[in-house]
Design a protein around this ligand. Structure first.
Ligand SMILES: NC(=O)C1=CN([C@@H]2O[C@H](COP(=O)(O)OP(=O)(O)OC[C@H]3O[C@@H](n4cnc5c(N)ncnc54)[C@H](OP(=O)(O)O)[C@@H]3O)[C@@H](O)[C@H]2O)C=CC1
Ligand SMILES: CC(C)(CO)C(=O)C(=O)O
Length: 320
C-alpha cells in the first residue's frame, strides 16, 4: 500500500458497507461509514461482527456518522448505498470531495451516470462478487465468491492501482481491471436471473446448482439478455454466464439475494437497473419483443415489492 494512507469513507451502512468497513479496520486502515439516507449529524461507534464461515466471526469497532457532520471529505469515497440513491448523493457530495476518487460498489447497468453527469474527476466502478447478508444491525454473514474487479469510468491507471491497494484485504479482495464493460454486462445478466427468480421463489442463491428446472429457466433469461448485449457490441458467451451463475449459486448456497432481502424488509429493490434496464436498452434498439421473459420477471418483482410495501391499494383487494 502507499506510504500515505488515505482515509476511506464508505457511504451506505448496509450489508456490503459494514462488512467492508470491518475488514478494512482489521487491516489497519482508517475508515468511517456514512449513512446514506440519514441526516442527523449523529456519530456513533458500533461493534460489528462479520461471520466469514461457520463459527468464525471477525469483529471491529466502526465509526458511523452522517453527511451533515462532514463538510469536506478527503480520501477515498466508496459508495455501497442502493444505486437509486446515486443522483441525490451525487448532488449532495458535489463540491465536497475535491479530487477524491469515488468508487461505486453496486449492482446494475448505468449506475455510474449521475456521477459522470455531475463531473466528478475520478470515478471507478467495481463489480461485486461477494454475498453479504445482515443478520441484525450489528451482525453480518459474508461469503466471498471471487475477487472483485474495479475499473475506470473516469481516471487513470496509476490512481486505480492506488484505490485497489487501499481497499484490498484478505477477506474482501479487489483487483484492477482495465476492460470492465464485459464483466459489468456478464454480472448484470447474472443478476437479472438471481434477483428475479430467487425472490419470486423465495429461495436462497443455491437453487440453480440444486435444481435443473430452475437452471433451465435461468438459461432462457440469459439467452435474451445476451442478444441485447451482442446488439450493444458486447460479446458474451452463454457458457461463461452460465458458469458464473453456477459458481455464485454454489458458493453462496444459503444466502438470500439482495433483492429478496429488500422485499423481506419492505424496501425498494434495484430491479430498475437490472431487468428493466435491459428492457429499456432493448426498446431503444426496437428489440423489445426479444426480452419478454426478462421483462415479465422484472414486472413480477416490481409488483411483489410494491405489494409487500403496501404501495398498491389494499382496499381494492378488500372489496373483492
Ligand atoms: N448484499 C449483497 O450480497 C450484495 C450487494 N450488492 C450490491 O451492493 C450494493 C449495496 O447492497 P447492500 O449492502 O446489500 O444493501 P443494504 O440495503 O444492506 O444497504 C444499502 C444501504 O444503502 C443506503 N440507502 C438506501 N436507500 C438509499 C437512498 N435512497 N439514498 C442513499 N442511500 C440509501 C442505506 O444506508 P443507510 O442505512 O446508511 O441510510 C442502506 O443501508 C447494492 O447495489 C447491491 O446490489 C452486490 C452484490 C452482493
Ligand atoms: C449475485 C450476487 C449474490 C453476487 O454477488 C449479488 O449480486 C447479490 O446478492 O445481489
Amino acid at each position: 500500500m502507499d506510504s500515505v494512507q488515505k482515509h476511506i469513507f464508505i457511504i451506505g451502512s448496509g450489508a456490503i458497507g459494514k462488512a467492508l468497513a470491518v475488514f478494512l479496520k482489521l487491516a489497519g486502515r482508517k475508515v468511517t461509514v456514512i449513512r446514506g439516507r440519514v441526516k442527523d449529524a449523529c456519530t456513533t461507534t458500533r461493534r460489528i461482527g462479520i461471520e466469514i464461515q461457520n463459527g468464525v466471526t471477525l469483529e471491529a469497532n466502526v465509526k458511523i456518522t452522517t453527511l451533515d457532520s462532514l463538510p469536506m471529505i478527503d480520501g477515498i469515497v466508496v459508495l455501497s448505498n442502493k444505486s437509486f440513491g446515486n443522483e441525490q448523493l451525487a448532488r449532495a457530495l458535489k463540491g465536497r470531495t475535491g479530487n477524491s476518487p469515488i468508487v461505486l460498489l453496486q449492482n446494475g447497468l448505468g449506475i455510474e451516470q449521475s456521477f459522470l453527469d455531475h463531473g466528478y474527476p475520478q470515478l471507478y466502478r467495481c463489480v461485486l462478487f461477494v454475498t453479504s447478508q445482515l443478520i441484525n444491525q450489528s451482525n453480518i454473514r459474508f461469503k466471498p465468491v471471487d475477487i472483485c474487479p474495479i475499473g475506470i469510468e473516469r481516471g487513470n491507471k496509476a490512481d486505480l492501482e492506488r484505490v485497489v491497494n487501499h481497499l484490498n484485504t484478505p477477506n474482501f479482495r479487489f483487483r484492477s481491471e482495465l476492460h470492465l464493460q464485459h464483466i459489468i454486462w456478464k454480472k448484470a445478466i447474472i443478476n437479472c436471473v438471481f434477483n428475479s427468480i430467487c425472490p419470486l421463489l423465495e429461495i436462497d442463491n443455491g437453487i440453480f446448482h440444486r435444481s435443473q428446472d430452475a437452471l433451465k429457466i435461468a438459461r432462457r433469461i440469459i439467452v435474451e439478455c445476451i442478444n441485447i448485449a451482442t446488439e450493444k457490441g458486447i460479446a458474451i458467451r452463454q457458457d461463461e454466464v452460465e458458469t458464473g451463475l453456477l459458481q455464485i449459486s454454489q458458493l453462496s448456497e444459503g444466502q438470500a439475494i439482495s433483492t429478496l432481502q429488500d422485499i423481506r424488509n419492505k424496501r425498494r429493490t434495484e430491479i430498475e437497473t437490472l431487468n428493466h434496464e435491459i428492457v429499456r436498452i432493448a426498446e431503444q434498439m426496437h428489440q423489445q419483443d426479444s426480452v419478454r421473459e426478462t421483462r415479465l420477471l422484472g414486472e413480477l418483482i416490481k409488483l411483489k415489492s410494491e405489494l409487500t410495501q403496501n404501495i398498491i391499494d389494499t382496499e381494492v383487494i378488500g372489496k373483492l
